[in-house]
Design a protein around this ligand. Structure first.
Ligand SMILES: [Zn+2]
Length: 600
């Protein structure tokens, strides 16, 4: 069982960085936000040392385009959306050890160290290439060029990548290229850039990917296929917004910057370095990054696999233990597991973010509870296949599963025990069926834990809910409330068994439903935080400061092991865990809202 691990494991949870170019919608947290948090919370409960990092990705063209549209500087846009995203993630309970930003001095220092080291080792080479410029003469970023994919013929391929066949592209390869901004054809001109020499890593990458037989088959197959035909990849851009290029011939140029994708993946490392420094233990990050025993889990959408199985590993392999940051203290570790998710569509693709209609996290949480959203995304999210979000299904699962199964079990057990006894009742000897129920539920620590460890979050939650249904049937069959007058002793035993079942299920569900688990924890008479509030902190740098999202997780008290609920413990007045929704009202109001947004 996980909780009996004698030595805690070092678990790095590296979560994809959202662009600070707009508010985030629920699709962004469906694929990797909520799953990675469930994973991190589980491992903390299991006694492992978790380091969960991410932040807002603030460079590159998406932020520049948003800034242009708003008539402000990229920095202003990044500041605004970084704050909104950070607040949304706190409200949803995403328990990062550090959720930071890519515009920090620390990030610049780490990125430039990796870039410089790769350059000095000969892994970065200069090439003249043809860049795309708008008719007016300004740089036209790859993502803002569209055309027909030369490989599969998909008509709406982007300049950097085809979303249909997944291949990375050069904008100039597109058939009939056009600017996404004004529809005009781009002008291609010669320009000098620095390229990461990916072919230098072909053999090492192939061996490494082949060795990971446990990866999801689509990730492994796709990556292996990809490394068979690697080409040097440009890692600089003709832009003035980004990390300056720290090598000769580029260092003073303000018209060229490091490519946003190169800097963003380094954020996993720089955020760990920042976390350690902020805690006053500046070398602590090395226990995850320069420790071959540590395990590194990366969470992302399927469109970003190649950056995590090819480009980032190449950077890590090339850097080795070199540079100022590595300090010769061991090579930087490669990813252990790549957890990629599929896409979440909305209402049968009637609505899409590209049409300007998303369901924004903030908006969602203004009307519904965070655990209701976390439940839906865990049980019906795009874990293994593209999935459609519908309001009808959200309301149905909330009412029929969350409220009727788990909420109902908690409610009638706690109400009955609280009203009749006020404390956890003292049991007589347990019957065979009492013991059988508890044994089966306690088995959940192995089964649910095993599912979460292998990133099968839906299976884990289904199993926990199956056990909740079992406990519900137990208490319906035993009817303790009917025997309180005639056989108070037996009623006490049944309620004790049911409370212990509920206490076990509380822990099994904490990684998924932390807010309701904390409420239940208090009703059961415990003190302290099982899943406490997250916190913002200021981090000071020379002449600047920025805000990070974090939490005092080492002070939280739950453990991934069977309940030892003490008889006699004073109960507190039960509070409802979930709210029942009116399905017709939810559907009609929400669809009307989306239609209004689409028409605007
Ligand atoms: Zn294609």
């Amino acid at each position: 069982m996980p909780s009996t691990n004698p030595t805690p494991k070092k678990i790095l949870v590296a979560v994809a960085w959202p662009y600070a170019s707009g508010e985030r919608h629920i699709g962004h947290v469906a694929g990797f936000g909520v799953p990675s948090d469930t994973f991190a919370r589980y491992h903390r409960l299991a006694g492992n040392d978790v380091l969960m990092v991410s932040g807002t990705d603030e460079h590159g063209t998406p932020v520049m385009v948003a800034a242009d549209a708003a008539g402000e500087s990229p920095r202003d846009t990044a500041d605004r959306y970084s704050q909104l995203i950070r607040e949304d993630f706190r409200e949803l309970g995403l328990s990062y050890d550090l959720f930071t930003r890519t515009t920090t001095q620390n990030h610049y220092r780490v990125v430039q160290d990796l870039f410089r080291t790769l350059y000095e080792k000969g892994y970065i080479i200069e090439q003249t290439t043809r860049g795309a410029f708008s008719a007016a003469g300004t740089t036209l970023p790859d993502r803002y060029i569209e055309g027909t994919c030369p490989i599969c013929g998909y008509p709406d391929a982007r300049g950097d990548q085809c979303d249909n066949c997944g291949n990375q592209l050069d904008p100039e390869d597109l058939i009939n290229p056009r600017s996404k901004l004004d529809g005009t054809p781009p002008v291609f001109k010669e320009t000098q850039h620095l390229f990461l020499d990916l072919p230098a890593f072909t053999a090492e990458l192939t061996d490494w990917i082949e060795s990971h037989t446990e990866w999801r088959p689509n990730v492994r197959r796709f990556s292996l296929n990809f490394v068979q035909d690697l080409k040097p990849r440009a890692i600089t851009r003709d832009l003035d917004w980004g990390v300056p290029i720290p090598v000769p011939g580029y260092v003073d140029r303000d018209d060229k910057r490091i490519y946003v994708w190169f800097d963003a993946v380094i954020g996993y490392l720089s955020a760990a370095v920042e976390w350690a420094a902020w805690r006053g233990t500046p070398d602590a990050w090395r226990e995850w990054w320069q420790n071959p025993e540590a395990e590194h889990f990366y969470f992302m959408g399927k469109d970003n696999i190649v950056f995590h199985t090819v480009i980032w590993p190449s950077i890590l392999l090339g850097y080795g233990s070199g540079g100022e940051v590595g300090a010769g203290r061991g090579r930087l570790e490669l990813p252990s597991e790549i957890v990629s998710s599929e896409f979440l569509t909305m209402e049968g693709k009637r609505f899409s973010v590209s049409r300007g209609v998303g369901i924004y996290i903030r908006d969602f949480l203004s009307r519904y509870d965070p655990d209701a959203l976390r439940y839906f995304l865990s049980i019906a999210g795009p874990e293994m296949q593209d999935t459609d979000f519908t309001w009808a299904e959200f309301a149905r699962r909330n009412n029929d599963e969350l409220v009727s199964t788990w909420g109902n079990l908690v409610n009638r057990t706690l109400q009955s025990a609280y009203r009749n006894f006020g404390v956890v009742p003292e049991p007589d000897e347990l019957t065979e069926s009492d013991r059988a129920l508890l044994a089966e539920i306690e088995q959940g620590f192995e089964t649910v834990g095993g599912f979460i460890e292998s990133a099968r979050f839906k299976n884990g939650l289904q199993e926990a809910m199956r056990l909740a249904a079992l406990a519900n049937r137990y208490i319906s069959g035993q009817e303790p409330w009917a025997m309180i007058k005639d056989d108070r002793g037996r009623a006490e035993t049944i309620l004790y068994v049911a409370l212990r079942a509920v206490d076990n299920l509380k822990i099994l569900l904490t990684p998924y439903l932390p807010f309701s688990a904390q409420v239940l924890h208090e009703s059961l008479g415990y003190d302290g935080w099982l899943a406490g509030p997250l916190e913002f902190h200021d981090v000071e740098e020379e002449g600047e400061s920025h805000v990070v999202l974090t939490g005092p997780y080492e002070t939280w008290i739950g453990r991934w092991k069977p309940s030892a609920l003490p008889p006699g413990q004073e109960l507190r007045e039960p509070r409802p865990l979930f709210r029942k929704l009116d399905p017709e009202m939810v559907v009609s109001e929400e669809i009307a809202r989306m239609e209004e947004a689409a028409a605007a």
